[in-house]
Design a protein around this ligand. Structure first.
Ligand code: 3H9
Length: 719
C-alpha cells in the first residue's frame, strides 16, 4: 500500500509511503482517496492528518506517468475530496513539499511544517505549470506578485518565508507526527469552511494588470525562449480574472497543451538525464562498487582566473583550501580575486554573508608545496601547457600523502600524459571546470587508463558537494565537451570565411536558444587565447601556422582569427575583436566597419567570392557537425550514453534545456534527416574531417533506432 491508514485517538493519519520522494503516482492517489473516504465515514475520527513517510512530504506528481494514459483518481479529485471533507484535514510537512505535493497541502485546511522543510512549484522546470489547482489557489493565500514569482521561477521556498507568505500556519519542532496529532486535536470542533481556499478572493485582484505585466517583463528577461514561465504568469493571472471553476478549467487546458509540447518533453528528459549521469561506469568499476575517499581539506595550484574560481567553489562548500602560487604578487592577486568573487556572490544573494565570512577563514594562501603534505585532494589549475603541468604533478607526487587525489583542471590534455609524471597514476584524475568556474554547473571528470575507480568516485562525489553536475568521460584530446565544441566553433568561422557575417552567425545561434553567439564568446574568452591554442596544436603536429596556411593536419584551417590577432583586436579586453565595444572591457557589442574590412580583405587575399548563407545552413553546419562528433564520442566509448553528452552541453555551454541537449535534439529532428545533411556537407566540404559521417550514426539512422535504445547499440558497436 502506498498510503497507510491508521487512527490515533480521534485523528485519522494518512501516511504516504512511496519511496524515494513519495511521488503522487496512481497508487498514492488511490490510497489518498480511499483514506479520506474512510476517515469521513469513521465516526471515531474528528480530524485528519496527511504526512509523508521517509525523507519527504510528496515532492510532486509522478513524472514517469506523464505521457501515459491518465488514471482516475486524478490529483484534483483527491483535492476536492479533501477540501469538501466534513472533517478538517492538516498537512504535516517535512522535507520538500513540491508541485502536486504542495497542491495537496493547499487543499488541506491547515498546514504545519518542520523548520527545514521547503515548499515550491517546480513544474516550470519540467516545461509545465502546476496542474492541480496550484496556479488558482496559491494566489488566494499569498496574493498575486508572490504567487506569480514562486510559480514562474519554480524556486524552493524555505519554511520561514513560506510562513511569512501565509502558506504555512505553524512551524513546529521535534516529532512531526506528535505535533500534527496535537494540532489536529486542537482544531476539532472549530468551523473550518473559511479555510477552504476556493471560497477566498484573490488579494490585489484589482491590480492584476500591473502585477502580470511586471512578472511578464521579468520572465522575458530571465527565461528567453521558454514557453512555460509565460504560461505560469497567464495562469495565475486567470485566478484574479476568472471564477474559481473557470480558472481551474483554464489551468487544466494550459497544462494539457504544455504537456504535449516539445519543450516539456525535452525538459523532462533533461531532468532524468541529470540523474542518469550519476550512474557512471568505467573499466573496472562503477558508482555501485567504487568507494569515494573522504575530502576534508583541499589545495588549488594556480591563482589565475580558473584557479581562483575553483577555490571559490570549494570554499563555498565549506572546504578548507590552500591556494598555491609561484610568487607573492601572483598569490596576492589570486587571493584578491577569490575575495572579490565571494563578496560579489554575497552581494547578489547567491551565498550568505556567513558563508562568505567563513570562507575567508578557510582560505590559506601559500608559496610552499610543503604545506600540501596532508591535504586530501589537490586541483592543479595552471596554464594549459603539458610541460608545466607535468612539473607541478611531479612536485605534488613528492610532497602529498599517499592517499591524496591529484586532479588536473585541463581542458584538452590527455590525463595519461600528465599522470606519468607521478609514481601514482591511479590517483590522478581530470576535473575540468568551465569558465567562470564558480558559476558554470558542469564538472567534466576524466579518467585516464590507470585512474582508479575510487579516485573517480571521489571526484564524482566532490562535484555534488560543490553543487556541480559531474559527468564522467574517458580521456582523449579535448574530452567530451571541447571535442564537440571544436567543429561547432570551426564551422562558425568557416561560415564567415565563405560569406556570413559574425552577427548573422551569432543571431542564428541566439535564435536557436544559445544565450550568446560564438563570435561574442570568442570576444569574451579572447582572440589571443584561440590564437595561442592554434599554435600549440600546430606545434604538437610538428608544423607552424603562416598567412598561407589552409590545412592543419590535413584538416581545413581558417586564418581569419589570426588577422584579427595581428591587428591587436583580442576581444573585449582590448575594446575590439569581432565586434567593437564602447570601452576596453566593455560588454555591449557593436558592428564595426574595421572588422568587416578585415574579413573582406581576407576573402580577397584568398580568392573567396562571398556568397549568401541562410540561417538554416548556419544552424545545420554548426549543430550537425557537433552532433556527428557526439556520435564518434559515443562510438569510441569516451562516454557511455547520449545523456552524458546532453548534460555536458546544457551545463557546460548553456545549450537550451528546452531542446534537451544536442543528441536529444537530433532524435527530435530525426536521425535520418541529420545523417543525410551530414552526408551532404561531407560532399560539399570534403576538407573538414569532422564531416566524415560516423558509422554509429549511420547504423542508427538506417535502422530507425529510437532514442531510448541508442545506448544499447553503442555498446554493441564497440564489441
Ligand atoms: C507535478 O507535480 C504536476 C502537478 O502540478 C499536476 C499533476 C496533474 N516523479 O532528485 P533525486 C526520482 S510535476 C518521479 O536524486 P534528491 C528521481 O528521478 C512534479 N520520480 O533526489 C530519482 O530517481 P533515480 C513536480 C521522481 O534528494 C529519485 O527520485 N515536482 C520525482 O536530490 C531521487 O531523486 C518536481 O518536479 C517525481 N516527481 O532531490 C520535483 N522526483 O534514483 C522533482 C524525483 O532512479 N524532484 N524522482 O535516479 C526533485 O526536485 C528532487 O527529486 C527532490 C529530491 C528535490 C524532490
Amino acid at each position: 500500500m502506498s498510503v497507510d491508514y491508521s487512527v490515533q485517538g480521534s485523528v485519522a493519519v494518512l501516511t504516504v509511503d512511496n519511496p524515494p520522494v513519495n511521488a503522487l503516482g496512481y497508487g498514492v492517489r488511490d490510497g489518498l482517496k480511499t483514506g479520506i473516504e474512510k476517515a469521513v465515514g469513521d465516526s471515531q475520527v474528528k480530524s485528519v492528518v496527511i504526512i509523508g513517510k521517509g525523507r519527504t512530504f510528496p515532492a510532486g506528481a509522478d513524472i514517469r506517468e506523464f505521457g501515459k494514459p491518465s488514471r482516475e483518481p486524478w490529483l484534483t479529485t483527491n483535492g476536492q475530496l479533501i477540501e469538501t471533507s466534513s472533517k478538517p484535514v492538516v498537512a504535516a510537512i517535512h522535507g520538500t513539499c513540491l508541485g502536486g505535493g504542495l497542491e495537496i497541502a493547499l487543499f488541506c485546511h491547515y498546514r504545519i511544517a518542520l523548520p527545514f522543510a521547503k515548499v515550491g512549484f517546480p513544474e516550470v522546470a519540467l516545461g509545465l505549470i502546476p496542474g492541480a489547482g496550484g496556479t488558482q489557489r496559491l494566489s488566494r493565500l499569498t496574493g498575486l506578485p508572490v504567487a506569480m514569482e514562486m510559480i514562474y521561477s519554480g524556486r524552493h521556498v524555505p519554511i520561514n518565508k513560506a510562513k511569512e507568505y501565509g502558506i504555512i500556519d505553524e512551524i513546529v519542532t521535534g516529532d512531526l507526527l506528535k505535533a500534527a496529532l496535537e494540532f489536529a486535536q486542537s482544531i476539532q470542533g472549530r468551523p473550518f469552511k473559511d479555510r477552504c481556499l476556493k471560497f477566498k478572493a484573490v488579494p490585489g485582484a484589482d491590480r492584476v494588470e500591473e502585477y502580470a505585466s511586471a512578472a511578464m517583463s521579468q520572465v522575458k528577461k530571465k527565461y528567453k525562449g521558454y514557453e512555460a514561465p509565460m504560461a505560469c504568469v497567464q495562469a495565475v493571472r486567470a485566478s484574479a480574472e476568472l471564477s474559481y471553476e473557470e480558472g481551474m478549467k483554464f489551468e487544466r487546458e494550459v497544462f494539457g497543451q504544455l504537456l504535449e509540447s516539445g519543450q516539456a518533453r525535452a525538459q523532462q528528459y533533461a531532468f532524468f538525464a541529470e540523474r542518469a549521469v550519476t550512474r557512471w561506469q568505467m573499466p573496472g568499476g562503477s558508482y555501485k562498487t567504487a568507494k569515494p575517499l573522504p575530502v576534508r581539506s583541499t589545495a588549488v595550484i594556480g591563482g589565475g582566473t580558473m584557479g581562483s574560481g575553483i577555490a571559490v567553489c570549494l570554499l563555498s562548500a565549506g572546504l578548507p583550501v590552500y591556494l598555491l602560487e609561484q610568487n607573492e604578487k601572483f598569490l596576492q592577486s589570486g587571493v584578491n580575486m577569490v575575495k572579490n568573487i565571494m563578496a560579489g556572490s554575497a552581494k547578489l544573494g547567491k551565498i550568505s554573508m556567513e558563508t562568505a565570512k567563513k570562507a575567508a577563514t578557510l582560505l590559506k594562501p601559500t608559496l610552499s608545496y610543503e604545506d600540501l603534505r596532508d591535504v586530501d585532494l589537490v586541483i592543479e589549475a595552471v596554464y594549459e601547457n603539458l610541460d608545466l603541468k607535468r612539473e607541478v604533478f611531479s612536485k605534488l607526487d613528492k610532497v602529498c600523502k599517499k592517499s591524496a587525489i591529484l586532479c588536473t583542471n585541463t581542458s584538452t590534455i590527455d590525463i595519461d600524459r600528465i599522470s606519468t609524471a607521478t609514481s601514482r597514476p591511479e590517483s590522478v584524475v581530470g576535473t575540468h571546470f568551465f569558465a567562470p568556474a564558480y558559476h558554470m554547473k558542469l564538472l567534466e571528470n576524466i579518467y585516464g587508463t590507470r585512474t582508479s575507480p575510487n579516485a573517480v568516485a571521489t571526484v564524482m562525489k566532490l562535484g555534488k558537494t560543490i553543487n556541480k553536475v559531474p559527468v564522467l568521460v574517458k580521456s582523449c584530446h579535448g574530452f567530451l565537451a571541447n571535442r564537440m565544441n571544436a567543429p561547432f566553433g570551426s564551422e562558425a568561422i568557416f561560415l564567415v570565411e565563405e560569406g556570413a557575417s559574425p552577427q548573422e552567425v551569432d543571431q542564428a545561434n541566439e535564435d536557436f536558444g544559445m544565450p550568446i553567439g560564438p563570435f561574442k564568446v570568442r570576444d569574451l574568452s579572447g582572440i589571443d587565447i584561440s590564437w595561442r591554442i592554434n599554435r600549440e596544436v600546430a606545434k604538437a603536429m610538428g608544423t607552424t601556422i603562416t598567412k598561407e596556411t589552409r590545412f592543419l593536419g590535413g584538416n581545413r584551417y581558417c586564418g581569419l582569427n589570426d588577422d584579427f590577432y595581428d591587428r591587436g583586436r583580442y576581444g573585449r579586453k582590448t575594446g575590439k575583436g569581432w565586434y567593437r565595444y564602447e570601452k576596453v572591457g566593455g560588454k555591449i557589442p557593436v558592428v564595426d566597419t574595421e572588422s568587416q574590412e578585415i574579413i573582406q580583405s581576407y576573402r580577397e587575399r584568398r580568392g573567396i567570392v562571398k556568397r549568401k548563407i541562410t540561417p538554416q545552413e548556419i544552424h545545420e553546419r554548426q549543430f550537425y557537425s557537433c552532433i556527428n562528433e557526439g556520435f564518434r564520442i559515443l562510438d569510441e566509448g569516451i562516454c557511455n550514453t547520449p545523456e552524458e553528452i546532453d548534460i555536458s552541453w546544457i551545463y557546460g555551454f548553456s545549450f537550451p534545456k528546452y531542446r534537451g541537449g544536442p543528441m536529444f535534439y537530433a532524435s527530435q529532428i530525426g536521425l535520418q534527416k541529420v545523417y543525410q545533411r551530414i552526408c551532404h556537407y561531407h560532399q560539399t566540404c570534403p576538407y573538414s574531417i569532422h564531416w566524415v559521417p560516423n558509422r554509429l550514426l549511420k547504423k542508427l539512422a538506417e535502422n530507425n533506432v529510437p532514442f531510448s535504445e541508442w545506448a544499447n547499440h553503442v555498446s554493441k558497436s564497440r564489441m
